[in-house]
Design a protein around this ligand. Structure first.
Ligand SMILES: NC(=O)c1ccc[n+]([C@@H]2O[C@H](COP(=O)([O-])OP(=O)(O)OC[C@H]3O[C@@H](n4cnc5c(N)ncnc54)[C@H](OP(=O)(O)O)[C@@H]3O)[C@@H](O)[C@H]2O)c1
Length: 305
């Protein structure tokens, strides 16, 4: 398993952004980001644009693009906000087809970022709720990546970043849907890395701990789990208390790592970053299952009383 070195403990400060050297449009590296309407995707779009990249900051709801477009105009960034819903074949092929036509087939970097957070005990999660989570967080990544790979193979160059999570390395009760999608993305990303390296295409996995974004404002709780008489109410309450107590880091630390993973000459596969990233990425590997289980049971039992 190749893993990036853990960044220093307080890398929250935004790296100074030098004024980009004005390059002719067709010489600029091209990046496509999914889910750029908020949080990580939005911040990554701003960072790459400020560095002089040609940015396609895609989002499923173009009406959320106004502020970013106004900023791009003001700062003279080369940034567009195509409509792209990762769950919709037509939307993906349309957006990526139009982008490749404009860039004459060039795409240097794909940042697979779009996702949402679904939770609830597994018994209370319907197959449709689980399917919807996988459709966005896993199949969406698959769909978008397949649409850009032919162009990357043609140029024998490109890099694919996948925003996974520490939730793909450890498990807590009541977060089965999200954990399942992020564990699956670990396997998916590592497989792809082996498959496309022959064309000089790099594939890397960012594994953030908790950061301050809208992820939890937009979280989706299984419908059955919302009932007051849910048999899992105690567990859910314990989970919610535990989630609220987490320290959430500022985004620049994560965006610095995304930028490094995008530009490093020989990037390792895994880039854990942020709170809990060290314990999830390293310690969990050496802690026997029985011991981990004891800790989880203790935390959830003691808090649910
Ligand atoms: N924040 C954290 O603590 C944390 C920790 C670990 C990993 N992550 C990962 O970081 C990534 C970004 O999340 P975030 O924290 O920045 O949360 P966020 O602010 O909620 O951003 C999620 C983005 O995904 C978009 N999205 C959701 N479904 C989509 C779809 N079907 N098609 C296209 N876009 C879609 C959302 O668009 P709308 O605006 O239209 O909803 C939004 O732009 C995710 O992969 C998440 O799992 C976050």
């Amino acid at each position: 398993m190749t893993t990036a070195p853990i960044p220093p403990s307080r890398p929250d400060a935004e790296k100074p952004v030098e004024k980009p050297v004005e390059k002719p449009l067709n010489d600029r590296p091209v990046v496509l980001i999914t889910g750029a309407s908020s949080g990580v995707g939005h911040a990554a779009a701003r960072r790459f644009a400020a560095r002089g990249w040609r940015v396609f900051a895609s989002m499923r709801r173009p009406e959320r693009s106004e502020a970013l477009r106004a900023e791009a105009d003001e700062r003279r960034w080369t940034l567009q906000t195509p409509q792209l819903d990762v769950t919709d074949d037509l939307s993906v092929t349309r957006a990526i087809g139009a982008m490749l036509q404009e860039t004459r087939g060039r795409i240097d970097l794909l940042v697979n970022n779009a996702a949402y957070y679904a939770f609830g005990a597994l018994e209370e999660t319907t197959p449709d709720e689980l399917r919807a989570q996988m459709e966005t967080n896993l199949i969406g990544v698959h769909r978008v990546t397949r649409a850009v790979l032919p162009a990357m193979r043609e140029r024998r160059a490109g890099r694919i970043l996948v925003v996974g999570s520490v939730s793909g390395l450890v498990v807590l009760p009541a977060v089965g849907p999200y954990h399942t999608s992020k564990w699956a993305i670990e396997a998916w990303t590592e497989t792809l890395r082996y498959e496309v390296s022959a064309w000089g295409i790099g594939v890397v996995l960012i594994e953030p701990g908790p950061f301050k974004t809208a992820l939890h404002d937009n979280e989706v709780k299984a419908r059955a789990a919302q009932a007051a008489d849910s048999p899992y109410a105690g567990l859910l309450a314990a989970y919610e208390r535990q989630a609220k107590s987490l320290r959430r880091a500022e985004l620049p630390a994560l965006i610095n790592v995304i930028e490094r993973a995008a530009t490093a000459r020989r990037p390792p596969l895994r880039w854990p970053v942020g709170p809990n990233a060290f314990s999830a990425a390293y310690l969990r590997r050496f802690v026997p299952d029985r011991l981990y289980e004891l800790v989880v049971r203790f935390v959830f039992r003691s808090r649910s009383r």
